[in-house]
Design a protein around this ligand. Sequence first.
Ligand code: AMP
Ligand code: GLY
Length: 424
Amino acid sequence: MKILVVGSGGREHALAWKIAQSPRIQMVYVAPGNGGTALDPHLQNVPISDPAALAQFVIQENIALTVVGPETPLAAGIVNIFREQNLKIFGPTKEAAQLESSKDFAKAFMQRHGIPTAEYQTFADVKAAHDYIDQKGAPIVIKADGLAAGKGVVVAMSLDEAHAAVDMMLSDNKLGDAGARVVIEEFLDGEEASFIVMVDGKNILPLATSQDHKRLQDNDQGPNTGGMGAYSPAPIVTPALHAKVMREIIQPTVQGMAKDGIPFTGFLYAGLMIDKSGNAKTLEFNCRMGDPETQPIMARLKTDFLTVAEHAVNGTLNEIELEWDRRTALGVVLAAAGYPDAPRKGDTITGIPVETADYVTFHAGTSFAGGKLTTSGGRVLCVVGLGDSVKMAQRQAYAAADQIKFDGMQFRRDIGWRALKRPG
Ligand code: AMP
Ligand code: GLY
């Protein structure tokens, strides 16, 4: 059987790597892929990005199903285009992807369906936004309504920062259309976790829990990034909290979307803020898997993911159960010089260790040409270690990471610190 994975990041390398382990796989295509998917003999890169052209490729190659990684093609309607041609694809339609592509849509949806989230209001008018900030005080959070590649959220600790964020988005138009409306919301305190499930329109299949690290430097210092490391499971998500999140957030979301006439299919990722009493609120929805959360999650999944994906596109996710490696998986992102503001490209990468049962390296911003592997993006690699404890998984990940070399390499030394700090 032939499968297509859409995307080029570490998330897509991990998905393709996992799918390729199925004994029924003939070929996994990755569009456009990266240096790692180019080097893997079980995977083949396809230099096509346009959704309509990809649909043609799928027909021509007789590809059985497509799994979409990133939000951009989803928000652009790749699922709608494929379905119009009766092609099987796992992901949300353009309409359902609004849960991620419009913060205002997501907030209004949560309010309408009683899903716990921060109190908010949406503004297009600059003065009204400034007045609201003065009325509410700081800390307060300003979010661009649209997709802004991770640059659309300002957690303002002071009134000055909050007003500046509004001016940046609404007056100076720095984020273009994405910032033409802003959501201003209550600041929530607590610990974040990533809660990711698969949805076939009706049935929900939760994946293993995870947590990522958004700041660039150790001790959560420095600028926000797409994620500098992640691990699974997330010990903060106890079985009791898991049940509560399913009951109060995930099920009402899936049922609410169906009720609103926009049934959700695809990966649904609720970014949670968990307070000291163990109550969770939804910070955001993503309509895709997390990156780098996917890398440790896929490293732990034992079930054949091709079978899972087939159930997902056939609407029978209720018929399977997932089996997980009981070990912890911990992924460390190796980023390029200058990441996140201005990542440098073209540095030669050496020393990536051969995959073992204890670690595996997924590529993201890499390219392979002329027999040479070089950096080509901000987050370059994610090294995942597995171990019987968080500490042992961390040791494996760093043992592998320390063998890898490229000029200007940046990575955190403390991935997993929250889990390590927990009693017991
Ligand atoms: P988002 O893209 O909405 O998840 O926001 C990006 C990051 O901003 C989150 O991962 C949080 O770290 C932070 N954040 C977002 N909303 C809030 C909030 N209401 N209170 C505190 N921090 C927030
Ligand atoms: N790691 C966070 C995200 O994928 O949105």
